[in-house]
Design a protein around this ligand. Structure first.
Ligand SMILES: Cc1cc2nc3c(=O)[nH]c(=O)nc-3n(C[C@H](O)[C@H](O)[C@H](O)COP(=O)(O)OP(=O)(O)OC[C@H]3O[C@@H](n4cnc5c(N)ncnc54)[C@H](O)[C@@H]3O)c2cc1C
Length: 418
């Protein structure tokens, strides 16, 4: 089939790759000049089954209120929120997973299945294509206090029931795994997640682009898709350069902008940009840097080694301005780095500071599947988990387009839920 992919972020790139592999003739339209220039540019790079959840902080702390209506390190709440944003926030605060029979528990399990499929296909793809990228395996959730430890009890029991591997470490064992951890910062122990993968999302997007091109996929940069129209043969794309192009099918992978393309069809989509930051710096001294990745539970900040660089990432900001950096959010990133790995990074003019948007739907789940409009497929709204879920989401949609069997229950990811 002749298929268009709209957006060349990580969701679009994996989508294009799955489709060309299946023998389709694929064209990718991207309004920016290159791949992974939007939300996929400098994310934390963590692919973690254990941290796959529609609302990770409410789950770990067993308190929806804390994460949604703002602790000092939760979502930043502004008085200037619009009605639409308040409605989104209220919907967002509705999820509870503790009861295994609840719908939210089932949603979490579906999300986990999608993440498992992603991890499996990520390993297959990176070994088939012999991809060489910056990253490593394993992550530690650092616990500063006994109460951090206690707050995880419910979440860990869920992980256990799902057969996910983790190990509780005391402080000495934690220092053995991450010897450069600053010993002056209080630490009672850690949860070790040995199967988690850390990898450079943008680098992978660039590598996969090359493979897509080898398989004859065509990339059209600096051309946006303004509108979609159904035609007897499939879908017509109206392009920002004033031309149009027709395809048998199109997959919308346009991240935070996806709702704009659906609005004219009367498809409602409660999506908000939840902004976060990362700072990336050359490693100053490898012996002082993390071996792999750590997650500071208190500040909800990741610190990871990505090749020759150290990346620190975190913060949740609704209603942010993409071009306006919040100094208090950045301070927490620098502070957390200073707390754990003070000598790891060369913090100077070479430090890259990035603010990115997590395309987040009100229920914390992505939209993956058919749109209800003939020939139009949807793959967006992966929030904090876009990198974790990209491969699985692409695989499912490619199967659905080719009318092949999909084993996962995709009911929770349908656009019809809104
Ligand atoms: C600080 C931070 C840390 C994160 N850490 C992690 C992590 O550790 N693990 C994880 O799994 N996820 C993480 N995420 C989330 C992850 O980065 C995103 O979910 C993911 O990048 C979204 O990818 P995407 O392809 O949907 O969007 P994008 O990467 O934004 O791609 C969408 C593309 O579509 C293009 N586009 C939009 N509209 C049009 C149009 N009309 N026509 C043509 N092109 C269009 C845009 O230019 C853009 O390039 C993090 C996010 C942030 C902000």
């Amino acid at each position: 089939m002749k298929i268009a992919v709209i957006g060349a972020g990580i969701l679009g790139i994996f989508m294009a790759h799955e489709l060309v592999k299946d023998g389709h003739e694929v064209t990718i339209f991207e309004s920016k000049a290159s791949v992974a220039e939007g939300s996929s540019f400098a994310n934390a790079g963590v692919m973690s089954l254990a941290l796959t959840h529609p609302d990770i902080s409410s789950w770990l702390f067993n308190s929806t209120f804390r994460s949604v209506l703002g602790s000092s390190y939760g979502l930043h709440v502004h008085k200037s929120f619009s009605l639409k944003q308040w409605a989104w926030l209220i919907k967002r605060s509705g999820g509870h997973v503790a009861d295994p029979l609840s719908t939210d528990h089932q949603k979490w399990k579906s999300l986990l299945e999608l993440a498992r499929l992603s991890a499996e296909h990520f390993d297959i793809t990176s070994s088939d294509l012999q991809l060489s990228f910056d990253g490593q395996k394993g992550q530690l959730i650092l616990l500063r206090t006994e109460s951090d430890d206690r707050s995880l009890t419910t979440a860990l029991s869920h992980l256990q029931s799902e057969g996910l591997s983790f190990k509780l470490l005391n402080a000495d064992d934690t220092y053995r795994l991450e010897p450069a951890l600053q010993a002056d910062t209080p630490l009672v122990g850690a949860v070790h997640l040995p199967e988690d993968q850390i990898a450079n999302c943008r680098q992978l997007a660039q590598l996969l682009k090359q493979h897509c091109e080898k398989l004859q996929a065509k990339f059209v940069f600096q051309v946006g898709v303004n509108a979609l129209k159904t035609i007897p043969e499939g879908v017509e794309l109206q392009l920002s350069n004033g031309t149009s192009a027709s395809f048998q099918a199109a997959v919308v992978c346009s991240g935070v902008k996806a709702a704009d393309l659906l609005k004219p069809w009367g498809i409602a989509c409660p999506m908000e940009s939840v902004y976060g930051y990362s700072i990336s710096s050359p490693m100053k001294e490898p012996l002082n840097a993390p071996q792999s990745a750590i997650w500071d539970l208190k500040h909800q900040v990741h610190i990871s080694r990505l090749g020759q660089r150290v990346r620190v990432s975190g913060s949740y900001e609704l209603d942010g301005d993409p071009d306006d950096q919040d100094t208090s959010s950045l301070k927490i990133l620098y502070k957390t780095l200073q707390d754990w790995f003070p000598g790891a990074a060369q913090l100077d003019q070479s430090t890259q500071v990035w603010k990115g948007a997590r395309p987040t739907l009100a229920d914390g789940l992505p939209v993956v599947g058919a749109s209800g409009i003939k020939g139009v497929w949807l793959n967006f709204g992966h929030g904090n988990l876009g990198w974790t879920l990209a491969m699985g989401s692409a695989n499912v949609i490619a199967r659905q387009i080719s009318e092949r069997h999909v084993t996962l229950n995709m009911e929770h990811f349908g656009i019809h839920r809104f």
